[in-house]
Every structure is written in structure tokens, then in C-alpha cells.
Design a protein around this ligand. Structure first.
Ligand code: PMP
Length: 434
């Protein structure tokens, strides 16, 4: 029948029959029915500019990606123990985007699964189980990755830090433990100290997992030398360095295709997810030949859906669109324009304490004159922006950071639309700095 289920009934059904551990965005949840490019449309036909969804990397419902998925779905989708061309074509295209030492690919279906596999690889290869991870980090929803996600276990309803997890402070150079020129080294020295303390107890590390730009932590750009030195300490102790590029990969940085390339570091394992399939569940673990060989202990790693022909056709089409539409270049150009615009707003409205990011992975935080976070201002801003037709999201340990990571087809006109609306809200009484 043509009859639509009412919003009230959807909400009630969710309450009664869908898992309860998931919150909806906004006090009055949005009912989205269609996506196109950088826009989402709700059931009443209202269009919203989307600055939030980095999963729909090359644009919502990109016709080339839709076509690739539909085409392959009509031909073949079966498990990965048979030969098929699609997995080769995609793996080959992906390897061309990676440094040569990362030469082996494993396909999985979510960022969580990718990190789960990466952690298992590090454990198997080193024979150890102690991991270093970053404060407020999020790496996914499975047991092992939750154990290294302090965003989760130290958050509401969390659990005590597992004995094998060792947390490094969030390398925040705006209002963290260390500030100034050498703060990268100071933060990285925590890794050195933890490793030395473990050694004194006769324990060794399996490795380090960290996002190469920190998203849940509040769009943190790690300070100079931070990753170089953390990786150095971890390597020296025989640990494996895992770069979580689930949020940051696939050209979003603008300057580079992967965020780890910003720092001239060489991870042993790189995990990818979200944007890889433009919304289709597709994720990847890239590792060195040595790790792949040592991981092959005789016990199989089997994954029913990982690397299926439909996922691979979709993944390949995403890479092709990034290339054909110069989206990495676009991230550099539009991201640069947007961050300059935000910095201009910051001069006018000092409630914006900091503006930061790379390419189309940006954020700004709201603070009082002593840099104290202003989470209510952030909530007010996000809700007002929604009323004005722009979707924004809030993150960071103090819920005062607005994240901007839109589909990569975000252009200058979209950036202007965002800046103009932000200015409107910053001019409102509520937003006056306290
Ligand atoms: N790593 C990072 C950095 C993430 O942001 C996320 C998802 N928010 C994950 C891993 C987990 O990915 P998924 O939700 O696809 O399992």
C-alpha cells in the first residue's frame, strides 16, 4: 500500500523492538528518505546540506557507484573461495594507492572487523597481547577493539580498562596536558615510559593502534613529531604499528591519500572502512608481506562476505570516481577555503576557541575565555544549523567540537552556504561568549 508508516509509529517500534543502545540524532529525529551528492532530503521534501557523513564519500547515491553495485549484483555474488576477477581488480587498484611495503590485502565488512583482524595479526606475529592506544580513541564495536577504545570503556556505561590496554594521553595541542613547540615529543614519551614500565614487569607489547587524525577525540590534529616518535618507541620494542584510517583515508586529507602520509610514517598495518564502499559495508586490512606470512599459522582466516564480487565492484568504482572527479584535489582546495573562512569567523566570534583539520576533515571547538569547553553552545549551534537546513555533528570528550567531514563533492558554494549560516547563528544572543 502507498500508506506511509507514521514517524510516531517508527519511533515506537524502535523503542519496543530495536536494540536500545543507540541514540538518534537531534531531539526531534530526522526522517531521511533520499540522498544525492551533498544533500539529504527528509520525508517532507526538505533538503539538508550534509557536513557529517564521511561514509558517503563520493556523494550520496553516486550514480557510478550505484551502477557498479547493481551491475555486479545481477551477475554474480558468491563467496571468496572461487576465483573471480573483481577481487583482483579492486585489490590491485587499492595497492597502487598504498606504499609498496603494504602489499597484502584482506577484505572484511566493517571498520570494527578490520581493526579486530589487525589486532589479531599483531598478537599472532609478536606473541604478545599488550596494546598501546590513544585516549578517547574509538576503533569499533567487537570485544577486542572495544578493549582498545577508551572512548567506549571510559565513557558512560563503560567497563574497567583491561589489563592489557595502555592508554596514551590525547595529543591535544590546544588545551591538553602539553602545549607548545615540543608537545608532540612530550606526548610520545608516554609510549616510551609505558613500554619501559611493562618491560620492568617482564611484559612485552603487541603494538600500537591509533587514528592518524583523531576523530572521536574531537578532530585532533596530532602535533609535530608525535606519530614519528610513538612509532619509533613501539618499533624499538618489537611492536606492530596499526594506523586506523577508517575515517581519514581515501583522499579526504587533500594533501595526501592517507593521513599517515602527512607525517612520513610507515605503519605495518593500515585499516580502512567507512568511505571504502560509499555506504556499502566494505572494509580492508592492508599489511606487510612479512605480517601476512607470519599470520598464516595454518588456522584459516575465513570471511563469508569479505571480498565478495559486489563489494569489490563497488569499492573499485569508488576509487575510480575519486580519480575521475579529482576529489582529493577538491578536498585540498575546498577544505583550504573552508578552514580560512572558519578562521575568519573565529576572529569575529571568539567563542570559537580553535579551528583545525586537514582537507575535508575539519573541526572547530567552542570555549569560554579560559578555554573551558561550552558543550551547550555546541548543542545549540547544531540544532539551529539543522533548523537552517545544515546537518552538523558534535564530538570530543567535552562535546564541544563541531566536526565537518562532508561527502567529498562538497564545493565552494556549499562551503559558502555553511559559512553564511554559521555566521547567522554566531550572531544570535545565545552564542555570545561567556
Ligand atoms: N575506527 C574508527 C576510527 C571509526 O570511526 C569507526 C566507526 N565510527 C570504526 C573504526 C568502526 O567502524 P564500523 O562502525 O564500520 O565497524
Amino acid at each position: 500500500s502507498e500508506e506511509k508508516i507514521s514517524e510516531e509509529n517508527i519511533i515506537n517500534f524502535r523503542k519496543d523492538h530495536l536494540g536500545k543502545g543507540l541514540s538518534l540524532s537531534y531531539d526531534k529525529p530526522l526522517h531521511i528518505v533520499r540522498g544525492e551528492g551533498v544533500y539529504l532530503t527528509d520525508i517532507n521534501g526538505r533538503k539538508y546540506l550534509d557536513t557529517v557523513n564521511n561514509v558517503n564519500h563520493v556523494g550520496h547515491q553516486h550514480p557510478k557507484v550505484v551502477e557498479a553495485g547493481q551491475r555486479q549484483m545481477a551477475v554474480l555474488n558468491t563467496n571468496t573461495r572461487y576465483l573471480h576477477q573483481e577481487i583482483i581488480a579492486y585489490a590491485d587498484a587499492l595497492l597502487k594507492k598504498l606504499p609498496p611495503h603494504l602489499s597484502v590485502i584482506h577484505f572484511v565488512n566493517s571498520g570494527s572487523e578490520a581493526n579486530e583482524l589487525a589486532l589479531r595479526m599483531a598478537k599472532t606475529v609478536t606473541g604478545n597481547k599488550n596494546f598501546l592506544a590513544v585516549e578517547v580513541g574509538y576503533h569499533g564495536n567487537t570485544n577486542a577493539v572495544m578493549d582498545v577504545s577508551s572512548y567506549k570503556f571510559e565513557g558512560e556505561g563503560g567497563f574497567p580498562k583491561p589489563e592489557t590496554t595502555h592508554i596514551l594521553p590525547l595529543p591535544d595541542s590546544f588545551r591538553g596536558t602539553y602545549l607548545g613547540e615540543n608537545c608532540g615529543t612530550n606526548y610520545a614519551n608516554h609510549a616510551k615510559k609505558i613500554i619501559a614500565n611493562l618491560k620492568a614487569e617482564g611484559k612485552e607489547i603487541a603494538g600500537f593502534i591509533g587514528e592518524t587524525l583523531i576523530s572521536c577525540g574531537g578532530q585532533i590534529v596530532p602535533p609535530k613529531n608525535y606519530f614519528k616518535e610513538v612509532y619509533k618507541h613501539v618499533r624499538k620494542a618489537g611492536g606492530i604499528c596499526i594506523a586506523d584510517e577508517v575515517q581519514t583515508g581515501f583522499g579526504r586529507m587533500g594533501k595526501t591519500f592517507w593521513a599517515f602520509e602527512l607525517y612520513n610514517i610507515m605503519p605495518d598495518i593500515v585499516t580502512m572502512g567507512k568511505p571504502a564502499g560509499n555506504g556499502h559495508p566494505l572494509a580492508v586490512v592492508a599489511c606487510t608481506k612479512e605480517i601476512a606470512e607470519k599470520f598464516n599459522t595454518g588456522m584459516e582466516y575465513f570471511n563469508t562476505f569479505g571480498g565478495n564480487p559486489v563489494s569489490c565492484a563497488i569499492g573499485l568504482s569508488v576509487l575510480e570516481v575519486i580519480e575521475a572527479e579529482n576529489l582529493q584535489q577538491n578536498a585540498l582546495k575546498v577544505g583550504g577555503y573552508l578552514i580560512a573562512g572558519l578562521k575568519k569567523l573565529q576572529k569575529q566570534f571568539p567563542v570559537i576557541g580553535d579551528v583545525r583539520g586537514e582537507g575535508l576533515f575539519l573541526g572547530f571547538e567552542l570555549n569560554d575565555s579560559d578555554k573551558n569547553p561550552l558543550p551547550e553552545h555546541a548543542t545549540y549551534l547544531a540544532n539551529r544549523m539543522k533548523q537552517l537546513g545544515i546537518l552538523m555533528s558534535i564530538d570530543g570528550p567535552d562535546h564541544n567540537v563541531l566536526k565537518i567531514k562532508p561527502p567529498m563533492v562538497f564545493n565552494k558554494a556549499h562551503a559558502n552556504e555553511l559559512l553564511v549560516r554559521l555566521k547567522t547563528v554566531f550572531t544570535e544572543d545565545y552564542m555570545v561568549r561567556i
